[in-house]
Design a protein around this ligand. Structure first.
Ligand code: NI
Length: 149
């Protein structure tokens, strides 16, 4: 098991747009496992590669139903609204209400390079949106109304 240092919000890598992964190498597979280990160790439900300093489009998620690895994930459908408290391993101690879509469908590649289509509701939908945002340099605090801070 290898743990990777989780980057916090002031680090520029969290604000960059991550690169598409064009080949699923051994290195990517090791990264996915290390990200899962790091996420579980930190008691998180999701982690995106920029959070461990790597600007590539891969995220890991586990909302209690088992590990999910998504490579080059894209949201294909978003429905409804859900407002709930959200946190981020890169913003320790910070928890705020964020409105997200209630139900989201995602297309991505798995670690074998196969295309997968997943649909999630509630917490899983929130995790898809939050983690994919990380690949685009977006943090959940960006959705907060500055006037209310
Ligand atoms: Ni996060």
């Amino acid at each position: 098991m290898a743990l990777i240092k989780i980057r916090t919000s002031e680090e520029p890598v969290l604000r960059q747009k991550s690169r598409e992964i064009t080949k699923i190498t051994k290195k990517i597979k090791v990264l996915a496992q290390d990200m899962l280990d790091t996420m579980y160790q930190a008691n998180g439900v999701g982690l995106a590669a920029p959070q461990v300093g790597i600007s590539e489009r891969i995220v890991v998620i586990d909302v209690g139903t088992g590990p999910i690895v998504l490579i080059n994930p894209v949201i294909t459908k978003a429905e409804g609204k859900n407002r709930d408290v959200e946190g981020c391993l890169s913003l320790p101690g910070r928890n705020e209400y964020v409105t997200r879509a209630e139900k989201v469908s995602v297309v991505a590649l798995d670690l074998t390079g196969k295309q997968i289509n997943l649909t999630g509701e509630g917490l899983l939908a929130r995790a898809f949106q939050h983690e994919i945002d990380h690949l685009n340099g977006i943090l959940f605090i960006d959705y907060l109304n500055p006037a209310k801070e």
